[in-house]
Write a protein that binds this ligand. Sequence first.
Ligand code: NAP
Length: 294
Amino acid sequence: MEALPRTLVPNTNALLLDGKAVAQQVREQLKPRVAALRERGIVPCLAVMLVGDDPASHTYVRTKAKACESIGIRSLVRHYPADTPQATLEAQIDAWNADPTVHGILIQHPVPKPLDEAALLRRLDPRKDVDGITPASLGALVAGEPAFGACTPLGIIRLLDAYGIPIEGKHAVVVGRSVILGKPMALMLLNRNATVTICHSRTRDLVRHTREADILVAAVGKPEFITGEMLKSGVVVIDAGYNRVEGRKGDVGDVDFDSAARVASAITPVPGGVGPMTVAMLLHNTVLAAEQQA
Ligand code: NAP
């Protein structure tokens, strides 16, 4: 296994946390496991339900399918128009739940309204919930029981571990409390014995909290919201955000990278930080699901 690059952000003391490189390591580690399954006649398979015509969702689904195929996971994408009856989608979930050749199921978010995405998620067999976001999987995370972890926070933990960044005893501040990101992130950090603060839109004096962070996770959905002035020296900054901004090329994170890198001891870039780790963890969970069901 190739050593990880240990590159500093130019003109700073901040280590660049290279999600692309760690994701590549994860993929390499998965390849022999996929080969071992195939030797037993089991082809790991991820089924993806894509509803409607959201261009970003189509791009994400294509990226995930390509990543699956790159390591020998079969990718099965079913695209449904936005006016598909709820019952049709539920029947598809039921069929995949019952199909032994499908090991993981992902319902691409968002499912357009008035369709009921939550009802679809509740229907999904937790043993196939490789995205880790059904109430059953999140409940297991709270209870400390085995379940698939939500891919983005799981990828963040894996990235911290890959660089040997200690979590235990640290004060982690998570800005954002969404079900797919902020909440499971906070729980995973807590399960690793961090002291965790969760901030959200009603938090008073946000800066007072962010300045306390040894590890700061930005999951806000607002471009460059967290700036260097909001952080203390030596903080590890994880930027989970990606935002399209009019007139700017590419995705913009939730952190103002330049000012944050001047005070941080380590920081993730956007792109190339958390994003590739999310996809890598989806592959990881799918292989694990196939192993567990074999
Ligand atoms: P979300 O559902 O919109 O949640 C955003 C959270 O930020 C909410 O909890 C909200 O608080 C909080 N917030 C909003 N304004 C705030 C403020 N002024 N101060 C403090 N907190 C504030 O977003 P999400 O789905 O968690 O996504 C967050 C970011 O991560 C987005 O940029 C998204 O694109 C990105 N993302 C990346 C990946 C990846 O693979 N890299 C995966 C998923 C998401 P309330 O709860 O009070 O409203």
